[in-house]
Design a protein around this ligand. Structure first.
Ligand SMILES: Nc1nc2c(ncn2[C@@H]2O[C@H](COP(=O)(O)OP(=O)(O)OP(=O)(O)O)[C@@H](O)[C@H]2O)c(=O)[nH]1
Length: 192
């Protein structure tokens, strides 16, 4: 796949009149970009989802857990420009359910970020995956991100401008008080 993609990127460079054959800086760029797509920025399309260790909820802990900020690195589906930001995840565990290792939330974000995305779908995909895996009582996924397709081209908006998207699952969907608690924890974690 990397070899075939590198050939096509070289073809694109020819069309764009980028002389990668003679310019020492771009000589290996078709191969580099190809490897970056396959092994890095779009790896989530080709790799298996991360292995998730599940534990019994031995102490029957059923209060809100919030983890974050988890760094988000993704790529916009429309212009293939970077999306970067932070993800906060809130979990209301089921007393008789499963809990997963804390680091696995970061791995799940990395996995779904490593492909062409729009933020709304990314938010849902992370939530759906965690919900199916652990069946918590409630779940919240909140993403705050900068879209470089807006800051580095097109409208060239402020780098401070972010998009925030939040998805609630299970009992958190209709529990305004618990949503407030989640948002308050997000604020605490964001500002240390
Ligand atoms: N809702 C949503 N919109 C996004 C996201 N990422 C990019 N967009 C927007 O999707 C649109 C891209 O489609 P077009 O309007 O066809 O692209 P364009 O003509 O190059 O638009 P401009 O960016 O305004 O120059 C732009 O308005 C982007 O700002 C996202 O994650 N969610």
């Amino acid at each position: 796949m990397t070899k075939a993609a590198a050939r096509k990127i070289a073809e694109l460079f020819d069309i764009l009149k980028i002389d990668y054959r003679n310019d020492h800086n771009t000589r290996d760029t078709p191969e580099r970009v190809s490897k970056m797509f396959v092994y890095e920025t779009m790896a989530g399309r080709y790799d298996e989802p991360p292995a998730i260790t599940e534990f019994d909820n031995a102490t029957r802990f059923d209060q809100l857990i919030v983890t974050g900020p988890i760094d988000l690195r993704s790529t916009c589906a429309h212009h293939m420009m970077p999306i970067y930001g932070e993800v906060m995840i809130g979990i209301l565990p089921e007393k008789d359910g499963k809990i997963i290792g804390l680091s696995k939330y970061d791995r799940i974000v990395e996995y779904f970020g490593s492909r062409l995305q729009i933020q709304e779908e990314l938010t849902m995909q992370i939530g759906d995956y965690i919900e199916k895996l652990t069946k918590p009582r409630g779940l919240a996924v909140r993403i705050s991100a900068v879209h470089m397709c807006k800051t580095h081209r097109g409208v060239r908006s402020s780098h401070k401008g972010r998009m925030v998207s939040t998805c609630y699952f299970g009992s958190l969907r209709d529990d305004a008080e618990m949503q407030r608690q989640f948002l308050s924890e997000c604020q605490t974690l964001s500002f240390g």
